[in-house]
Design a protein around this ligand. Sequence first.
Ligand code: SAH
Length: 395
Amino acid sequence: MDNNAKFILKSGKDQSVKRYHPWIFSGAIKKSFGNLIEGEVVDVYDNKDNFLARGHYQIGSISIRVLSFEPTEIDYSFYKLKLQIAWNLRQRLLENMPETNVYRLIHGEGDNLPGLIIDIYNDTAVVQMHSVGMFLVREDIAKALQEISNGSIQHIYCKSAATLPKKALEDEQKDMFLLGDKESGIVQEYGVKYEINWIQGQKTGFFVDQRENRKLVGQYSKNRKVANVFGYTGGFSLFAMQNGAEIVHTVDSSAKAIDLTDQNVVLNFGENHSHKGIVADAFDFFANAEDTYDLIILDPPAFAKHHNVLSNALQGYKRINQRAFENIEPDGILFTFSCSQAVSPQNFRKSVFAAAANAGRKVRILHQLTQPSDHPVSIYHPEGEYLKGLVLHVE
Ligand code: SAH
């Protein structure tokens, strides 16, 4: 234990660690001792030599991702215990999610494992590492997953090439099976079926975080003309169809995503259906739309990945929401989302407010949405809350 490299924080820079915030920024560090190896476990002390925390060291603006605020041994049983706690919580959550076998098992800081995301697709776990430290212990994670699931997880795919820092472990392969070899499969969410390809799909293969919001769209869909814009593989569309929408159009700039949407429609509803997939840029779609809609879903990708592009992102939200307000029929319902962590709920709401005013529509908020309970937010790490949604009634 004593072999860990040691960091001393600057005076006053220990406050956030003492309040259990799991990130230690490079600017907070006064000095370090020992052999610094990226991804290794290091210890953090205040400048009076009191132990504060232990975590993974990484080169970059977040220097340390805290794993424990006590001098706990960070070994196989540490990871297994954290996974077990997360597994037990998900088993409880699943009791209220009938016919659902796709969910998030580990949501980074929200499950006290910064740098690690694990999504479960029935018998397959897709493991995504955002830190070098987590990547280095991938075999431990894979072994623990098999043990805690009692063998129900039979395939484990590590998908970290796109999420690890580019310069880290340059020569290593970062996408690989850690167990089994299944590349795709059919999963279900409240009885709606999806074919997911975790190797080729975006993120871990699916946007698991919209499950409850997709279900809510279903409740508003009866007899509606629905446009699901930024639709990916048709998640919201399938719920709208299942709940009696009159027509459903799914729009995405990715032809591959629309192909998958078409396949998912057939998987659930056969060849006879009221769905059309449209490959288009969302702005062009609204500019050229011949139809008007009375239920529109806007779920764009993160417009702001960093705080310094925030104002552009807010403009983007304003413009796309304005297009939707201009198109939507009276008595329409708009589901509008932002998944940019850098955009606060207040800023998002202001952009949507400006869009409504520019379009000259009367708008009321019916629901304020966020991410579901399998994406928990540590109360000490508010940055973990990233998904914001508004359900609006447009007169
Ligand atoms: N609502 C989806 C997830 C959407 S992710 C679900 O429930 O699964 C965002 C999607 O926006 C991606 O599929 C991406 O291909 C698409 N996209 C990105 N930029 C776009 C643009 N300018 N116009 C249309 N689609 C775009």
